[in-house]
Design a protein around this ligand. Structure first.
Ligand code: C2E
Ligand code: CA
Ligand code: CA
Ligand code: CA
Length: 275
């Protein structure tokens, strides 16, 4: 408006400038995040809805730099754009291998750890070789790893399909993350055998507001069961949501059970939840 001497265009430009500056600064910091030891992995337990027993865990990356804690939704896209996701993703995978091996040796867990893989990583020509060497170097049973991919991989359908087949040949599990919110969820499971579906949390979120969404959620669960795929429902925050899911014998993940927690807390958590 005229009063403050700025029009919308100037305002928009300043905002854009601020955003670009922050992005550039973050990019500079992100380049050094590994060597400066600023990255850590948190683990969020998954559980069997019927028994409430822990059934898995997802590795979620955390970054704290001079600017403070930066959420993954902000720095992962920057890592993807700049290609930094390749070394960062390998770092996470290696860390998860070490942790799951230790959990297993100490008898804390018997289940695999899930690691998020960006489409950009999956589509790197030597991705499978890199996964294979990390698994070998860390001397971990590949069956203790599940890799979570999203359907954006299917923009590159043929290559993605090939890589997913090779991952499963290696012995690692493959999970489809954020299932149901993209355009090609169904064609993915039609064309490729996968081990797990993670139903996007928006389905559960909207289920109480909207009967149609609830029916869809239940239908997706049935699809997963019919094709013998493990189904994990994301974003469980309330007891009512657990009750809604209880009849379906699925797996869950969400703040109601546990937030993502640092590795030492996770180990204690596993000790406490044994028995
Ligand atoms: P995602 O893979 O869909 O991970 C689940 C996100 O939901 C996590 O956010 C988790 O903290 C959050 N969450 C878990 N339970 C609940 C709940 O009950 N309610 C709500 N509202 N949220 C819940 P986070 O840790 O902030 O990660 C955001 C995204 O960043 C992830 O979404 C994933 O796409 C990406 N990301 C995180 N770590 C990595 C990584 O190591 N590699 C890659 N490539 N991406 C990562
Ligand atoms: Ca995920
Ligand atoms: Ca997800
Ligand atoms: Ca996601």
């Amino acid at each position: 408006a005229k009063e403050n001497g700025k029009n919308n265009y100037q305002f928009y430009n300043e905002e854009l400038n601020k955003k670009m500056k922050r992005k550039m600064i973050l990019e500079t910091y992100l380049h050094k995040a590994i060597e400066k030891d600023e990255l850590i992995v948190h683990y969020q337990p998954q559980f069997d809805i019927a028994t409430y027993q822990i059934s898995g865990a997802e590795a979620l990356l955390r970054w704290e730099c001079e600017l403070g804690k930066i959420p993954p939704d902000e720095f992962i896209p920057i890592a993807e754009e700049t290609g930094l996701i390749i070394p960062i993703g390998e770092w996470v995978l290696r860390q998860a291998c070490r942790d799951v091996k230790r959990f297993h040796e100490k008898g804390f867990t018997s289940f695999p750890i899930s690691v998020n893989i960006s489409t950009r990583q999956l589509m790197t020509p030597n991705f499978i070789d890199r996964v294979r060497s990390i698994v070998l170097e860390e001397d971990v049973n590949p069956q203790l790893l599940t890799l979570e991919i999203t359907e954006s991989a299917f923009l590159y359908y043929e290559d993605a399909k090939e890589n997913i087949l090779e991952l499963r040949e290696l012995g690692v599990g493959v999970s489809l993350d954020d299932f149901g919110i993209g355009y090609s969820s169904l064609s993915m499971i039609r064309n490729i055998e996968i081990d797990e579906l993670k139903i996007d949390r928006s389905f559960l979120n909207d289920s109480f507001k909207n009967n149609r969404v609830q029916s869809l959620l239940e239908a997706i669960i049935q699809i997963g069961k019919k094709i013998n795929t493990k189904v994990v429902v994301e974003g469980i925050e309330t007891k009512e949501q657990i009750e809604l899911l209880a009849v379906h014998e699925v797996y869950g993940q969400g703040y109601y059970y546990s937030k993502p927690i640092p590795v030492h807390e996770f180990e204690e958590w596993c000790l406490g939840s044994r028995e």
